[in-house]
Design a protein around this ligand. Structure first.
Ligand code: FES
Length: 252
Protein backbone atom coordinates (compact mmCIF):
# COMPACT_ATOMS: atom_id res chain seq x y z
CA UNK A 1 0.00 0.00 0.00
CA UNK A 2 1.27 3.46 -0.89
CA UNK A 3 2.67 5.40 2.10
CA UNK A 4 0.53 8.47 2.90
CA UNK A 5 2.17 11.88 2.79
CA UNK A 6 2.35 14.04 5.90
CA UNK A 7 -0.28 16.37 4.43
CA UNK A 8 -2.62 13.46 3.77
CA UNK A 9 -2.13 12.21 7.33
CA UNK A 10 -2.81 15.68 8.73
CA UNK A 11 -5.91 16.07 6.53
CA UNK A 12 -7.15 12.68 7.73
CA UNK A 13 -6.50 13.51 11.39
CA UNK A 14 -8.38 16.78 10.94
CA UNK A 15 -11.61 15.14 9.84
CA UNK A 16 -14.38 16.11 12.19
CA UNK A 17 -14.85 12.65 13.66
CA UNK A 18 -16.86 14.04 16.51
CA UNK A 19 -19.52 15.48 14.24
CA UNK A 20 -22.50 13.42 13.20
CA UNK A 21 -21.74 10.58 15.61
CA UNK A 22 -24.89 8.55 16.17
CA UNK A 23 -24.87 7.42 19.81
CA UNK A 24 -26.63 4.19 18.89
CA UNK A 25 -23.72 3.17 16.70
CA UNK A 26 -21.18 3.61 19.47
CA UNK A 27 -20.67 0.32 21.25
CA UNK A 28 -18.06 1.24 23.85
CA UNK A 29 -18.04 4.27 26.07
CA UNK A 30 -15.63 5.54 28.70
CA UNK A 31 -15.93 8.12 31.44
CA UNK A 32 -13.32 10.86 31.54
CA UNK A 33 -12.90 14.03 33.60
CA UNK A 34 -11.97 17.31 31.90
CA UNK A 35 -10.95 20.05 34.31
CA UNK A 36 -12.62 17.95 36.99
CA UNK A 37 -15.98 17.60 35.20
CA UNK A 38 -17.29 14.17 34.23
CA UNK A 39 -18.08 13.25 30.60
CA UNK A 40 -19.11 10.06 28.81
CA UNK A 41 -17.33 9.75 25.46
CA UNK A 42 -16.88 7.05 22.76
CA UNK A 43 -13.93 4.82 23.66
CA UNK A 44 -12.33 4.98 20.20
CA UNK A 45 -11.48 8.68 20.35
CA UNK A 46 -8.17 10.34 21.06
CA UNK A 47 -8.03 12.70 24.05
CA UNK A 48 -8.31 15.65 21.67
CA UNK A 49 -11.32 14.22 19.85
CA UNK A 50 -12.94 13.26 23.15
CA UNK A 51 -12.59 16.80 24.45
CA UNK A 52 -14.21 18.13 21.28
CA UNK A 53 -16.94 15.53 21.62
CA UNK A 54 -17.52 16.82 25.16
CA UNK A 55 -18.00 20.31 23.74
CA UNK A 56 -14.57 21.90 24.19
CA UNK A 57 -13.31 24.01 21.32
CA UNK A 58 -9.55 24.22 21.00
CA UNK A 59 -8.27 27.76 20.67
CA UNK A 60 -4.81 26.73 21.90
CA UNK A 61 -3.40 23.30 22.78
CA UNK A 62 -4.01 22.11 19.24
CA UNK A 63 -1.93 22.42 16.09
CA UNK A 64 -1.17 19.74 13.54
CA UNK A 65 -3.35 17.00 15.11
CA UNK A 66 -0.82 14.50 13.83
CA UNK A 67 1.91 14.28 16.48
CA UNK A 68 4.37 16.71 14.93
CA UNK A 69 3.94 20.16 16.47
CA UNK A 70 3.96 19.53 20.23
CA UNK A 71 1.05 21.89 20.93
CA UNK A 72 -1.28 19.42 22.60
CA UNK A 73 0.68 18.54 25.76
CA UNK A 74 -1.55 16.87 28.30
CA UNK A 75 -1.13 15.84 31.90
CA UNK A 76 -3.45 13.21 33.30
CA UNK A 77 -4.00 10.87 36.17
CA UNK A 78 -6.01 7.69 36.15
CA UNK A 79 -8.67 7.11 38.76
CA UNK A 80 -7.22 5.45 41.86
CA UNK A 81 -3.61 6.24 40.91
CA UNK A 82 -1.31 8.84 42.43
CA UNK A 83 0.99 8.96 39.41
CA UNK A 84 0.82 11.93 37.03
CA UNK A 85 1.21 10.87 33.42
CA UNK A 86 1.91 12.87 30.26
CA UNK A 87 0.77 12.50 26.65
CA UNK A 88 0.07 14.26 23.38
CA UNK A 89 -3.71 14.68 23.18
CA UNK A 90 -3.87 14.08 19.44
CA UNK A 91 -1.96 10.80 19.66
CA UNK A 92 -3.36 9.14 22.77
CA UNK A 93 -6.62 7.25 23.10
CA UNK A 94 -8.92 8.06 25.99
CA UNK A 95 -9.11 5.53 28.78
CA UNK A 96 -11.78 5.06 31.35
CA UNK A 97 -11.20 7.20 34.44
CA UNK A 98 -8.73 9.70 32.95
CA UNK A 99 -8.49 13.07 34.71
CA UNK A 100 -7.25 15.45 32.02
CA UNK A 101 -5.58 18.85 31.95
CA UNK A 102 -4.17 20.56 28.87
CA UNK A 103 -0.82 22.39 29.05
CA UNK A 104 -0.87 24.68 26.00
CA UNK A 105 2.37 26.39 26.97
CA UNK A 106 5.23 25.42 29.28
CA UNK A 107 6.28 28.56 31.20
CA UNK A 108 9.93 27.57 30.98
CA UNK A 109 12.79 30.05 30.76
CA UNK A 110 14.20 30.24 27.23
CA UNK A 111 17.64 31.76 26.77
CA UNK A 112 18.19 34.35 24.06
CA UNK A 113 21.51 34.10 22.21
CA UNK A 114 23.17 34.61 18.87
CA UNK A 115 24.92 31.39 17.87
CA UNK A 116 27.31 33.36 15.66
CA UNK A 117 28.73 35.01 18.77
CA UNK A 118 28.99 31.91 20.96
CA UNK A 119 31.95 29.62 21.64
CA UNK A 120 31.49 26.10 20.34
CA UNK A 121 32.42 24.42 23.59
CA UNK A 122 30.87 23.10 26.78
CA UNK A 123 30.78 26.56 28.39
CA UNK A 124 27.81 27.59 26.25
CA UNK A 125 25.60 25.03 28.02
CA UNK A 126 26.56 26.27 31.49
CA UNK A 127 26.27 29.89 30.40
CA UNK A 128 22.64 29.60 29.30
CA UNK A 129 21.40 26.55 31.17
CA UNK A 130 23.52 26.27 34.36
CA UNK A 131 20.74 24.28 36.04
CA UNK A 132 21.85 21.17 34.12
CA UNK A 133 24.44 20.65 36.87
CA UNK A 134 21.55 19.99 39.24
CA UNK A 135 20.46 16.88 37.31
CA UNK A 136 19.95 14.09 39.83
CA UNK A 137 19.53 11.41 37.14
CA UNK A 138 16.01 10.59 38.26
CA UNK A 139 14.95 9.95 34.64
CA UNK A 140 11.58 11.69 35.14
CA UNK A 141 12.22 13.71 31.95
CA UNK A 142 12.68 10.52 29.93
CA UNK A 143 9.54 8.97 31.37
CA UNK A 144 7.48 12.06 30.59
CA UNK A 145 8.63 12.37 26.97
CA UNK A 146 5.76 11.46 24.57
CA UNK A 147 8.36 10.90 21.83
CA UNK A 148 10.14 8.25 23.93
CA UNK A 149 13.41 10.17 23.73
CA UNK A 150 16.22 9.39 26.17
CA UNK A 151 16.05 12.91 27.58
CA UNK A 152 18.15 12.31 30.68
CA UNK A 153 20.90 10.78 28.52
CA UNK A 154 21.14 13.88 26.35
CA UNK A 155 21.22 16.13 29.43
CA UNK A 156 24.15 14.05 30.68
CA UNK A 157 25.77 14.39 27.23
CA UNK A 158 25.41 18.17 27.52
CA UNK A 159 27.16 18.11 30.90
CA UNK A 160 30.05 16.39 29.10
CA UNK A 161 29.95 18.92 26.24
CA UNK A 162 29.01 16.36 23.61
CA UNK A 163 27.05 18.47 21.10
CA UNK A 164 26.62 15.64 18.59
CA UNK A 165 25.08 13.31 21.19
CA UNK A 166 22.64 15.99 22.39
CA UNK A 167 21.68 16.89 18.82
CA UNK A 168 21.15 13.28 17.80
CA UNK A 169 19.42 12.29 21.04
CA UNK A 170 16.95 15.16 20.79
CA UNK A 171 16.48 15.15 17.02
CA UNK A 172 12.82 14.13 17.22
CA UNK A 173 11.93 16.55 20.02
CA UNK A 174 8.67 18.40 19.27
CA UNK A 175 9.23 21.06 21.97
CA UNK A 176 6.11 20.17 23.96
CA UNK A 177 7.82 21.07 27.25
CA UNK A 178 6.54 18.10 29.26
CA UNK A 179 10.08 17.10 30.30
CA UNK A 180 10.70 20.52 31.87
CA UNK A 181 7.34 20.59 33.60
CA UNK A 182 8.09 17.31 35.40
CA UNK A 183 11.79 17.92 36.18
CA UNK A 184 12.47 18.22 39.94
CA UNK A 185 15.72 20.09 39.21
CA UNK A 186 13.97 22.73 37.06
CA UNK A 187 16.05 21.92 34.00
CA UNK A 188 14.68 23.11 30.66
CA UNK A 189 15.72 20.08 28.67
CA UNK A 190 14.00 20.90 25.39
CA UNK A 191 15.44 24.41 25.12
CA UNK A 192 18.89 23.12 26.08
CA UNK A 193 18.62 20.55 23.28
CA UNK A 194 17.58 23.21 20.79
CA UNK A 195 20.69 25.23 21.67
CA UNK A 196 22.82 22.11 21.14
CA UNK A 197 21.23 21.34 17.76
CA UNK A 198 21.72 24.92 16.59
CA UNK A 199 25.36 25.01 17.70
CA UNK A 200 26.06 21.58 16.25
CA UNK A 201 24.43 22.54 12.96
CA UNK A 202 26.42 25.77 12.79
CA UNK A 203 29.84 24.53 13.94
CA UNK A 204 29.95 20.76 14.40
CA UNK A 205 28.41 19.12 11.37
CA UNK A 206 30.25 18.99 8.05
CA UNK A 207 29.33 21.53 5.40
CA UNK A 208 26.70 20.22 3.01
CA UNK A 209 28.06 20.90 -0.48
CA UNK A 210 24.74 20.52 -2.28
CA UNK A 211 23.06 23.08 -0.01
CA UNK A 212 25.91 25.52 -0.62
CA UNK A 213 25.62 25.01 -4.37
CA UNK A 214 21.84 25.52 -4.29
CA UNK A 215 22.14 28.72 -2.21
CA UNK A 216 24.58 30.12 -4.77
CA UNK A 217 22.16 29.23 -7.59
CA UNK A 218 19.34 31.02 -5.76
CA UNK A 219 21.49 34.10 -5.24
CA UNK A 220 22.33 34.16 -8.95
CA UNK A 221 18.62 34.19 -9.79
CA UNK A 222 18.31 30.71 -11.27
CA UNK A 223 14.86 30.22 -9.71
CA UNK A 224 13.52 33.78 -9.89
CA UNK A 225 11.07 32.94 -12.66
CA UNK A 226 9.69 29.99 -10.71
CA UNK A 227 9.48 32.06 -7.50
CA UNK A 228 7.49 34.72 -9.39
CA UNK A 229 5.15 32.08 -10.77
CA UNK A 230 4.50 30.62 -7.28
CA UNK A 231 3.98 34.06 -5.77
CA UNK A 232 1.31 34.82 -8.38
CA UNK A 233 -0.77 31.70 -7.57
CA UNK A 234 -4.06 31.88 -5.75
CA UNK A 235 -4.47 30.23 -2.36
CA UNK A 236 -6.29 27.22 -3.89
CA UNK A 237 -3.66 26.82 -6.60
CA UNK A 238 -0.96 26.92 -3.92
CA UNK A 239 -2.72 24.24 -1.89
CA UNK A 240 -3.04 22.00 -4.95
CA UNK A 241 0.60 22.52 -5.83
CA UNK A 242 1.70 21.67 -2.28
CA UNK A 243 -0.51 18.58 -2.09
CA UNK A 244 0.76 17.40 -5.46
CA UNK A 245 4.38 17.86 -4.36
CA UNK A 246 3.77 15.93 -1.17
CA UNK A 247 2.16 13.12 -3.14
CA UNK A 248 5.03 12.76 -5.57
CA UNK A 249 7.87 13.27 -3.12
CA UNK A 250 9.51 10.80 -0.74
CA UNK A 251 9.06 12.47 2.65
CA UNK A 252 10.61 9.95 5.00
S1 FES B 1 -1.68 18.83 17.82
FE1 FES B 1 0.35 18.78 17.02
S2 FES B 1 1.28 17.21 18.21
FE2 FES B 1 -0.80 17.13 18.82
Amino acid sequence: MEEKSIMEKIAEANKAVTKGVDEKEVEHWVTIYIMGKEYKVPAALTIMQAMEYAGYKFIRSCGCRAGFCGACSTVYRKKGEYKLRTAMACQTRVEDGMYLVQIPFAPAEKAIYDINKEQYDISVFFKYYPEITRCVSCNTCTKSCPQDLEVMDYVQAAIKGDFAAVAEGSFECIQCGLCAIRCPADIVQYHLAQLARRMYGRYGSPEEKNVKKRVEEIKKGKFDKEFDRVMSLSSDELKNLYTEQQRTREVY
